[in-house]
Design a protein around this ligand. Structure first.
Ligand SMILES: Cc1cc2nc3c(=O)[nH]c(=O)nc-3n(C[C@H](O)[C@H](O)[C@H](O)COP(=O)(O)OP(=O)(O)OC[C@H]3O[C@@H](n4cnc5c(N)ncnc54)[C@H](O)[C@@H]3O)c2cc1C
Length: 464
């Protein structure tokens, strides 16, 4: 199958359009997860929507499966090609097109790197508010296909909110131009949404019209020390009611802070250890009375015993140092050894109950497994991690995690949460899908797949 297909590519496209070099196959056949062994047939580098359309048509005619590839920073194995697929990389589709200063929109190719969009918009005082640690490598197409989140979701919502128009190519080669730059378009099913957050299983996104936001104003960053989980949620409630614009509300347990301090050589902002910490970023009130209001609000938190201690960053450098305590957690945990992790979400009002139930079960039944909890708590999004104890061997650890997981996912189902908050399902979370989506929902997804991709060649094996 491979050779005639590759010959066809040679006939149809110019030199450099594809590569079968072993280094390229290994690089483009995987994402950040690095769990599966990459084994694609070929990597293609289209330069336009028309190239993608002609390529997908040829793949379809030859029965060759396609894997869309962005910046390959995905954490669910969605961009993995391990079965002789044709990987379609948009790394040559990085044009930044028309900016509309009236509508506040920007037209881009889907291969444009997220941070390049930010840099392009800075002089206009605008941004595309999709922001996280991998923005220097992730692409607009990948962000849209994963409906990416990040630390500013509490302020701006998910990627879905910031996409007006999409150009999508179906496996048949058919090109759909969906919604243009319309904010309002009540004309039946919003087909654009089918391709947002569905990890490339329905079609390949090649261009987008992005909705823009003003660049955030200067902000204040606080680090609060709290005596327990209850006070974390009390503080969140107070912050929500305060009227200040919340940019971020991130929580970490003392265990997480200790690991970052040790791994990065940082000094704790506090003299004593506390049970939980919250990093809160708010937009700085411009008016003098706003500033006074903020100070009064903070004083009230201490008077009411809401917080045990707090620091306010006095400079952008200090703000960065506080953020580094939050953003360094994943990497610092990974440096400790074998880690078992999940990215889950729950209704905010059930988060406390969930954390207490899960940690109680661990301490009663798996005393060797130490939980590390942090996350975008303001969005109900938790990153839960278990670290392999040094004396335990890897297979024993995996077996214990599998048992603990079965109960944890049971509670997620019971509490009406999600097995994947923002990283997606890809290959890694497929076995968990039914904890969050009903049989009937999964059945509908399958039917939609068979309409848009009847031969099942578009990113096969992912999600479903
Ligand atoms: C250090 C680090 C921090 C991260 N932090 C966050 C975070 O805070 N929040 C968050 O949500 N994610 C986070 N991620 C995950 C990841 O960066 C996001 O999922 C990102 O949106 C993926 O973009 P990408 O271009 O790298 O996509 P890829 O990894 O290349 O692909 C992701 C999925 O989208 C599909 N896809 C890619 N391009 C297209 C296209 N043009 N058309 C159709 N389908 C396509 C792929 O087939 C795959 O299924 C993080 C990752 C890392 C490594």
């Amino acid at each position: 199958m491979g050779t005639p297909f590759v010959k066809k590519l040679e006939q149809e496209f110019k030199d450099g359009f594809f590569s079968t070099d072993s280094g390229d196959l290994a690089t483009y056949g995987r994402d950040w997860t690095k769990v599966h062994t990459p084994s694609p047939l070929v990597i293609c580098f289209p330069e336009s929507t028309d190239d993608v359309s002609r390529l997908l048509k040829i793949c379809s005619e030859n029965g060759v499966a396609v894997v869309p590839s962005g910046g390959r920073t995905g954490l669910a194995g969605g961009a993995v090609a391990a079965n002789g697929e044709c990987v379609v990389s948009l790394s040559k589709m990085r044009k930044i097109g028309a900016f509309d200063p009236l509508a506040l929109t920007l037209q881009v190719d889907a291969g444009v790197v997220t941070e390049a969009v930010h840099e392009h918009l800075k002089p206009e005082g605008l941004t595309w508010p999709i922001d996280f640690a991998s923005k220097g490598s992730s692409t607009v197409g990948g962000n849209i296909a994963t409906n990416a989140g990040g630390v500013k979701v509490i302020r701006y919502g998910l990627t879905r909110n910031w996409v007006l128009g999409l150009t999508v190519v179906l496996m048949s080669g058919e090109v759909l131009r969906l919604n243009g730059s319309l904010e309002k378009n009540n004309t039946g099913v919003d087909l654009r949404q089918l391709f947002i957050g569905t990890e490339g299983i329905f079609g390949m996104i090649t261009e987008a019209i992005l909705k823009l936001a003003p660049l955030p104003k200067e902000s204040d960053v606080f680090f609060f020390a709290l005596p327990g989980l209850g006070p974390v949620f009390d503080l969140f409630s107070e912050a929500r009611k305060s009227g200040f614009v919340l940019n971020a509300f991130e929580c970490l347990s003392n265990e997480c802070l200790e690991v970052v301090l040790r791994n990065r050589g940082f000094t704790s902002p506090f003299r004593e250890a506390h049970h939980y910490y919250v990093l809160m970023e708010i937009e700085r009130p411009e008016r003098a009375d706003g500033r006074e209001g903020l100070e009064a609000w903070l004083a009230g938190l201490f008077e009411n015993g809401r917080v045990e201690d707090a620091v306010l960053a006095q400079s952008p450098k200090e703000a960065q140092s506080l953020w580094a305590m939050r953003e360094g957690i994943s990497e610092s945990l990974s440096a400790l050894g074998m880690l078992h992790k999940h990215d889950i979400s729950l209704p905010i009002h059930r988060l406390k109950e969930f954390i207490e139930t899960w940690t109680r079960d661990l301490s009663e039944n798996y005393p060797g497994l130490k939980p590390f909890i942090f996350g975008h708590i303001g969005d109900g999004n938790l990153h839960v991690n278990l670290l392999k104890p040094a004396p335990m061997d890897a297979s024993e650890f995996k077996a214990a995690c599998a048992k603990a997981d079965a109960k944890m996912f049971g509670w997620i189902q019971e509490f009406e949460g999600s097995v994947s908050a923002e990283h997606g399902i890809g290959l890694l979370k497929k076995h968990l899908l039914a904890y969050t989506r009903t049989e009937s929902e999964i059945g509908i997804m399958r039917k939609m797949k068979s309409v848009l991709d009847p031969r099942g060649l578009m990113n096969p094996g992912k999600i479903l």
